[in-house]
Design a protein around this ligand. Structure first.
Ligand code: ADE
Length: 288
């Protein structure tokens, strides 16, 4: 998985992603992160990338051209890399069709529009986007390359968005000062889905959202802390009972904290009855 981030603050992206699990994934080569500074594509001597909005109004807008040129540079880099990693003969140097990548992607010289090739997935981080979810992270993780566009000021000239953006993504109903933190949230969640990023101890499958249920509570040593005991069943060594207890706790937790998630949960009839019973109990407690 190769992330290409178009940003005015490349050091924020580089530093933010260089630690912990994503940092290790970069070192191992499971993911790569390229932060492209949009300011390097400013076409005036002051290297400014913003201007006043037509029609007036507060704030400044990021201009179309530097954003477009930065995006073109990212796309050119992707094509260049793909042309080297494709199977078979690919480079002729003359611009004619020079090879076929598996499966069936036709390659010409870099920077040329390639008929039939899908444009790389280009995500614009904006509070106006679709709310990011685990399901979307899973979909994005299928791509070999993701371009993430971070806005600043009051937004970006609409015309360049129309030309390059494939997905509008929000990380929640609040407004950040820029798209960088949102881009890092998306990259972090997507990276976890990439094979080789999580170690054996950090499985991506059995945790919150994987089955429409929140994760069960977990405990480690000591057995008693601040007078609170670890639930007895977890000390029993009886795996079937532990699994049943955890499943029950997941259901209780989801009903209490995120009942909206139950819409997508895959439960047995017996478990649905349990959900109804829990909901009734919660309602009665509220009315007391
Ligand atoms: N940029 C500013 N606010 C944002 C949000 N909530 N999600 C994604 N990008 C943003």
């Amino acid at each position: 998985m190769n992330f290409h981030v178009l940003t005015l603050f490349p050091e924020m992206i580089e530093n933010g992603m260089a630690t912990s699990i994503t940092g290790r994934a970069i070192e191992k080569g499971a993911i790569s992160i390229e932060a492209i500074n949009i300011r390097n594509f400013a076409f005036n001597k002051h290297q400014s990338v913003d201007d006043y909005p037509y029609g007036g109004g507060a704030g400044m807008l990021m201009q179309a051209e530097p954003v477009y040129l930065a995006w073109e540079a990212a796309v050119a880099g992707i094509r260049e890399r793909r042309s080297h990693t494709a199977t078979g003969e690919v480079h002729s140097g003359a611009g004619e069709i020079i090879g076929e990548m598996s499966p069936g992607i036709v390659i010409k010289e870099k920077n040329q529009v390639i008929a039939g090739e899908m444009p790389p997935c280009t995500i614009y981080l904006t509070p106006q986007g679709k709310t990011f979810s685990q399901e979307q992270a899973r979909e994005f993780a299928q791509s070999e390359d993701l371009i993430l566009l971070c806005g600043h000021y009051e937004g970006i000239d609409e015309r360049v968005l129309e030309e390059i953006v494939t997905d509008y993504v929000s990380i929640g109903d609040y407004v950040l000062t820029g798209g960088e933190l949102a881009a890092m949230v998306v990259m972090d969640a997507v990276s976890r889905m990439v094979p080789g990023v999580l170690g054996n101890d950090e499985s991506a499958g059995t945790e919150s959202f994987s089955a429409g249920l929140l994760e069960y509570p977990q405990y480690s040593r000591p057995q008693v802390w601040h007078g609170r005991e670890v639930p007895e069943v977890l000390m029993s060594g009886h795996h079937a009972n532990v699994d049943a207890w955890r499943r029950e706790q997941s259901i209780i937790r989801t009903v209490q904290r995120r009942p909206d998630l139950l819409k997508t949960a895959d439960l047995s009839n017996k478990e649905w009855n349990f959900v109804r019973q829990l909901k009734k109990q919660i309602k009665e407690e509220k009315n007391e």
